[in-house]
Design a protein around this ligand. Sequence first.
Ligand code: C2E
Ligand code: MG
Ligand code: MG
Ligand code: MG
Length: 284
Amino acid sequence: AAKAAGKGTWRVFSDDMEIRIQERARLQADLRAALKARDGLFVFYQPIIDAGSKTITSREALVRWHHPQRGWISPAEFVPIAEQSGLIDQLGEFVLNTACNDAAGWEDGARVAVNVSAAQLGKGTIAPAVLEALSRSGLSPGRLEIEVTETAMLDDENGGIGDLRRIRDMGVRVALDDFGTGYSSLTHLRAFPFDKIKIDGSFVRDAVERPESAAVVRAIADLGKRLGVTTVAEGVETEAHLNRVLEEGCSEVQGYFYGRPAPSDRDAATVMELNRAAARLAAV
Ligand code: C2E
Ligand code: MG
Ligand code: MG
Ligand code: MG
């Protein structure tokens, strides 16, 4: 509770913080329930396009949560809550299993890319979970990619690298996500033989107007070529963004220009109904 004797502003600030802490605890409990009941959690897919052939090479699996009261909540909000409350392994397994099952049914044979959080690494549990998802779905390892962010990585000998190695040894590709935004990006490239580098969307969108950002994109694309590693430009929203990143030599492209994250065919009707219900409420 706020200090009763404090200044008014103090009181408001403290109450505000308290509310935020309560909201967080509430969301954590709700997420636990959603995972348990398998309710309100979805995996959406966004295409990743080959720069040369313009065909879909893979689709990124992006988790979505429709909260019974709050509606859609961004993974940027609930993934950190899952990480801090020990729910990330369960959430991660849900995404991994759903993504492998869905991809096994794709007629175009594209790969599926699954995000794995730092909190899932270094415990020796992720490689068995990947193996299990592959064998249950029948998806071949060559059609799975695991994305890890820079911050997720290798800051110590916590075994994160060992986990990634075990995954890569199965024939699963491993991508370094959001490249360029964290510290010591280049150290990460030396620490592990990544198959793919994903250039953060902030550089990509900036590259049309700022030569400095264009130079960064080109430098990463060149680096990828020398390392024999695929480079993906994230966050391509417009034709101008697309032309720029193609000119700088990126090998693959992802962003709203080619397609927004969308539900699987299995979930499409349910998601549309949730959105309709929300629109009805808003109209009242
Ligand atoms: P990320 O892995 O870097 O995923 C790319 C994010 O950029 C996604 O946001 C995607 O919807 C968004 N995006 C794609 N194209 C564009 C574009 O053209 N413009 C803009 N402005 N944004 C674009 P999303 O789905 O909200 O996910 C945010 C982050 O949450 C992800 O970043 C990832 O770090 C995390 N995340 C999402 N799903 C999972 C998951 O299943 N597990 C874990 N551990 N993290 C996840
Ligand atoms: Mg990603
Ligand atoms: Mg990214
Ligand atoms: Mg990200």
